[in-house]
Design a protein around this ligand. Structure first.
Ligand SMILES: [Zn+2]
Ligand SMILES: [Zn+2]
Length: 356
């Protein structure tokens, strides 16, 4: 028997339960929990800001240690590094079939036959998919990466959701070299996106952020930061009158979309990725989109190659990420009430569970 935290649909509640953890089947890898972070979307589910099929085990920003390799399980990770018992690994949020039409079109995260870790309803054959548990069982079609020793587990755990998603969002935003990038939200995704955009050659990165302490952090990192309600007043000063080439929406809301459209440049790109919960419809000025030839894209999750790029990014930017990402308590599964309380306080980018 092993422990898992089950979300059964009750507001703000997880229950610690014991279930039998099977040997991995053919092609599967069983891993034992090292660190599972509580993503904002987990909190949205637990605190009823969005719905999810229940019962389920949440958690999809996870680092675990290989515990048992099933028959014909992968012997190497996605970069060709051999996998052995005891290795620390992360994995893609989705295990996809790799051969259907949707997978072939380059959207494996939308594969109709996919298993989505930390999102799948608990079933007798599908129990150990969430991070908030002592074990996870990784299915064939999962992108697995071994974590280099110099990356601490709590930082490595961010890769499986937020960092890889940021890689997909930056890719959707196009080449940012020499461009002005406006990022809505300076939380964990926003900070990672700002560093990634700058290191990809952006001329200027500006953050829109409601919380003063997060604006101060962005300033310390060398990025201009503006309160959303001051955008129109301050943006022209901050950018020396330049318009926005790339707008990345990572906060889940846009306070004044018509104003934003006035600041977008000819041929600019808008990427929506933050609103992974029901959000108010935006008033869209079609004429502005047409006359400025603006491209609008939505991005949800990511492909396996984004996970590889995300690991390289974190590996190269460990120090700055550890300095600016605010990690709260990392406690045992048994301490779930304290972890959720800290997570919902908003004081930290991430809190989480540790299996050690
Ligand atoms: Zn997430
Ligand atoms: Zn597929």
């Amino acid at each position: 028997m092993a422990s898992m935290l089950v979300y059964r649909g009750d507001y703000g509640q997880l229950s610690l339960e014991e279930h039998i953890c099977p040997e991995p089947a053919t092609g599967e890898v069983r891993v034992a929990l090292d660190t599972a972070l509580v993503c904002s979307s987990d909190l949205h589910t637990i605190f009823h800001r969005r719905t999810a099929p229940t019962p389920l085990v949440l958690g999809h920003e996870t680092v675990s240690v290989i515990d048992c390799l099933g028959l014909n399980a992968p012997t190497c990770d996605m970069q060709g590094i051999p996998l052995s018992i005891g290795d620390r690994v992360i994995w893609s949020v989705v295990a996809s079939c790799g051969s259907c039409e949707i997978c072939s079109l380059g959207w494996p995260q939308k594969c109709p036959g996919a298993t989505k870790y930390g999102h799948a309803m608990l079933a007798s054959h599908e129990k150990w998919t969430g991070g908030f548990a002592e074990y996870q069982v990784l299915k064939p079609g999962t992108g697995i990466l071994r974590i280099p020793d110099h990356i601490p587990s709590k930082l490595a755990a961010t890769i499986g959701c937020s960092t890889a998603t940021v890689c997909a969002v930056l890719e959707a935003g196009g080449d940012v070299r020499g461009k002005v990038v406006l990022i809505n939200g300076a939380g964990q995704l926003g900070i990672q996106a700002a560093i990634m955009a700058k290191s990809s050659g952006a001329r200027q990165v500006v953050c829109l952020e409601a919380r003063p302490e997060r604006r101060a952090d962005a300033n310390r990192m060398g990025f201009a930061a503006i309160a959303p309600e001051s955008m129109s007043l301050m943006l022209p000063d901050v950018t020396d009158g330049a318009q926005i080439d790339t707008y990345l929406e990572l906060a889940g809301y846009v306070s004044d979309f018509p104003q934003l459209m006035r600041h977008m440049a000819i041929g600019s790109t808008i990427v929506f990725a933050g609103a992974v919960f029901p959000s108010p419809a935006l008033p869209l000025d079609m004429e502005a989109v047409i006359r400025k030839c603006i491209t609008i894209k939505g991005i949800h999750n990511y492909r396996a190659d984004h996970l590889v790029r995300a690991l390289a990014f974190v590996s190269a930017h460990c120090d700055v990420l550890l300095e600016y990402l605010k990690f709260g308590p990392l406690l045992t599964l048994r301490d779930h009430a304290a972890v959720l309380q800290s997570g919902d306080s908003g004081a930290f980018h991430r809190v989480g569970f540790t299996g050690r």
